[in-house]
Design a protein around this ligand. Sequence first.
Ligand code: 13P
Ligand code: SF4
Length: 386
Amino acid sequence: MTEQVVATNEVSCGVEPAARRPRRVAASKPAAGRGRREAAAPKTAAERFGVLPRPSLDYTPEVAAATAHLYERVAHVIPAIEWPFHAPYVKAINDLKKVRDAVILAHNYMTPEIYHCVADFVGDSLQLARLAEKTSAKVIVQGGVHFMAETSKVLSPEKTVLIPDGKAGCSLAASITAEDVRLLRRRYPGVPVVAYVNTSAEVKAEVDVTCTSSNAIEVVESFGVDRVICLPDQYLARWVAANSKVKIITWKGSCEVHERFTGEELEAYRAADPNVRIIAHPECPPDVIAASDFAGSTAKMIDFVKTVPVGGRVVLVTECSMADNVAAEAPGVEFVRPCNLCPHMKRITLPKILDALLEMKEEVVVDPEVAARARRAVERMIHLKN
Ligand code: 13P
Ligand code: SF4
């Protein structure tokens, strides 16, 4: 048990750091072999859809012409000399999406060539969950980490959900298990449990509702009680507690990317330019949030950037690809990037997306009983009325 109690800003009882807990990246293998007889094994996605031959990946005049309009979107961050390496993948992936009736849902942390050139939909965790629920495509390719792909599968069990690299995990999702949640429930009987979407389907199946950094305060307050368990991100929980009267019991999970920022480094940016606008993700530690002008989900950070006048300077305190992606939508704004890379998000690349579509891998499989219980928690969040 590694929970801690947060009453407004007061924190007590810290225990084992999340980093020491074993990382859990759910296997994306089909259910075959888990105690079932081979004959009864369901067909894999590759068997259902077939494997397609690898297309040519030469940079031909045809490829250059077909991708020229897409290069314009990324020319600010991808040098022209590098485009011939990306363009054949971009064209092949966009062609294959039609063949497979597939959509690519890409998180705001995907690299620009994915975000701007092959994604059908982009957004924060909440927006991607909503899109997964609505899309009519047969196949979803998740440009993001495993918990996001699982959320898509939970919301669309009839669809085939692929993640281009099943090892794309998350330190938050790895910090807590379903058994931990059951223990918390026993320790705090009757206290509602809210799980950040950055958790496994098994954890979601144990909670009352999920939240994202976009709606965490509203979700916590929706119960109308004075105490709520909000797990597993201790920093998101502190941010909620600081912005609500509800007392929060949390867990000692943290994001390995956002926990590395410090308030001190931000004060240095402010000292260098008092007019700079500092925008942080709520997964950052409290001193970072305190040194910022605004904190919000990746989508809310993008919305905030759009309000900055031309000539303004913005410090984006989050994963590195965010600034690259938003720069195209906010011309005239200068970005200062004290960024940290998310090694899990960066596992998703154009070559792996191409392989996913050709070989229909890695398929995300969630036990139907777990999925049904997790779906209740995610749908409750998606359809929450403010
Ligand atoms: P958002 O919901 O803000 O996109 O955050 C997801 C995430 O993993 C941030 O690290
Ligand atoms: Fe998880 Fe942090 Fe990476 Fe987001 S940035 S996926 S919270 S490790």
